[in-house]
Ligand binder design. Sequence first.
Ligand SMILES: [Zn+2]
Length: 271
Amino acid sequence: MLELAAGVVRDADVFIITAGAGMGVDSGLPDFRGDQGFWKAYPAYARLGFSFVDCANPQHFSDDPSFGWGFYGHRTNLYRDTVPHEGFHIIRKWIERSRGEYFVVTSNVDGQFQKAGYADDRILEVHGSIHWLQCQTPCSSTVWRNDEAIRIDETTMRARHPLPRCPDCGEVSRPNILMFGDWSWLPDRTRTQEHAFDQFLANNADRRIAVIEMGAGSAIPTIRATSERIGWNVEHATVIRINPCESEIKAPHISMPCGALEGLQNIDALL
Ligand SMILES: [Zn+2]
């Protein structure tokens, strides 16, 4: 399998990188796998009896904004402080060596691809980004960069005042992320990215495409479905699925049962 994967990378003109929560694990980020995984990362929520789904609800921004911003402010700070692992750079090296084209499709809201030097106009963030804000109402379709300094009391996981606010109406703002039970998320930024990705696919449909999927589980299947749609519908596309728990995919696509960094390093060693 490893030899096959190295061959696909060696021959590719186009790289489509599809990444789920498992991509961040090697950078030290929690992947919120199940309640136990979430509570291990956030013991304060275990004490309060809140699951990830309970916390990732837009209602908090209106009912109890210090609680809402406690969770998202903590994550904003965490993602700002995180250094993307070597795997991000290994793929960039492959792209540069082949003088290839690329596009990233990720369900992660952490901005780690941008931080690792991938171009903003070559990324589709299907669930939005924590580094962009919107009005919680929302009073308009405007989104703006999250430059807020957010201070959290980590024993209670509540954000200290002042909280980030909408510059137009003064209401508390929220991250431009699709949450659970979310009717107020503004999708325009993601829709623009989707359009760019569709265009990219149309422009490159007859080239040799390596789809490198990492850490995308079946619990939130968007990323896996994207990889498979390309893998089965585009003639010269091969998916390399790297995942420690759910790596299965039918041939000619390639399954690598390991973590993202380990899988990328193992392929790289053969190039
Ligand atoms: Zn507003």
